[in-house]
Design a binder for this molecule. Structure first.
Ligand SMILES: Nc1ncnc2c1ncn2[C@@H]1O[C@H](COP(=O)(O)OP(=O)(O)O)[C@@H](O)[C@H]1O
Ligand SMILES: [Mg+2]
Length: 205
C-alpha cells in the first residue's frame, strides 16, 4: 500500500523546545483540517528503562533497547498512521539514537545505520526539524522541569556538548531531509520558522 501521510520528526538536545514546538505544529495542522498523530520516542514499556534511573547500559545494549522500542513503535503507530494518511509528528526518532549512542556514547555511525536499515528499512522522515539551542540554556530549562525522566539529562556537560555537535553534523549530512532551526528565540518565532519550512515543502493550505 502506498504511503499517504507525512512523517515529521523533531530532534535536538535536552530542553531545546521539541515537545513545545511539536504541540504547536500539531495544532496548526489541525486548523487546516489535517489529521495528525502526535507521538514520541522512546515509546512503550521500554521507555522507562532508558529515561529513568541511572543505569549504565553498554552503548550496544542501550542502542538495541532504543531500536527494540522503535520496531514496536513503527509497527503499532507510525506505519499504520502514515498508511491511513495522517501526519505523524514524532518527538525524537532515529537521529537521537545516532547522536546519543552513535556519537556521544561512541558506538559509531555504521552500527546505528545498520540497525536502522534492519528495523526501518527504507522508511525515513519526510522532514526532520533539528532544534538548535546552546547546551547550557537547554539544560537550565530541563533542570526546572518536574518528573523522574532525567537519566539523559544527568549525563553531564561533556556528553551534552557531544550530542549538540552530533546533531549539527547529522543535519549537515542530510540537508534535503533536515532543517536546522535556531531554537534560542521566543516560542512563537521558532514556531513560525517551523511553519515556514513545512509550508515550503508540503501542501497544507
Ligand atoms: N522558545 C522558548 N523560549 C523559552 N522557553 C521555552 C521555549 N521553548 C520551550 N520553552 C520552555 O523550555 C522548557 C523545555 O521545553 P520542551 O519543549 O519541553 O523541550 P524538549 O522537549 O526539547 O526537552 C519548557 O518549560 C518550555 O516551556
Ligand atoms: Mg520533550
Amino acid at each position: 500500500m502506498p504511503r499517504r501521510g507525512i512523517f515529521v520528526t523533531f530532534e535536538g538536545g535536552e530542553g531545546a523546545g521539541k515537545s513545545t514546538q511539536l504541540g504547536l505544529l500539531a495544532a496548526r495542522l489541525r486548523l487546516h483540517g489535517i489529521g495528525v498523530v502526535e507521538t514520541r520516542e522512546p515509546n512503550g514499556p521500554i521507555r522507562n528503562l532508558l529515561v529513568q534511573g541511572d543505569r549504565a547500559w553498554t552503548p550496544m545494549a542501550e542502542t538495541l533497547l532504543h531500536f527494540a522500542a522503535r520496531a514496536e513503535h513503527l509497527a503499532d503507530t507510525i506505519v499504520p498512521s502514515l498508511d491511513e494518511g495522517a501526519w505523524v509528528l514524532c518527538d525524537r526518532f532515529a537521529d537521537s539514537t545516532m547522536a546519543y549512542q552513535g556519537y556521544a556514547q561512541q558506538l559509531g555511525r555504521p552500527a546505528v545505520e545498520k540497525l536502522y536499515r534492519l528495523v526501518a528499512g527504507r522508511l525515513k522522515p519526510d522532514l526532520t526539524l533539528v532544534l538548535d539551542m546552546p547546551v547550557a540554556l537547554g539544560l537550565d530549562r530541563t533542570a526546572r522541569r518536574q518528573g523522574n525522566e532525567t537519566r539523559y539529562e544527568q549525563m553531564g556537560r561533556k556528553f551534552h556538548d557531544a550530542v549538540h555537535e552530533a546533531f549539527l553534523d547529522i543535519a549537515a549530512r542530510e540537508p534535503e531531509r533536515c532543517v536546522l532551526i535556531d531554537a534560542n528565540r521566543p516560542v512563537e518565532t521558532v514556531h513560525e520558522a517551523i511553519w515556514a519550512s513545512v509550508e515550503n515543502r508540503f501542501k497544507v493550505g
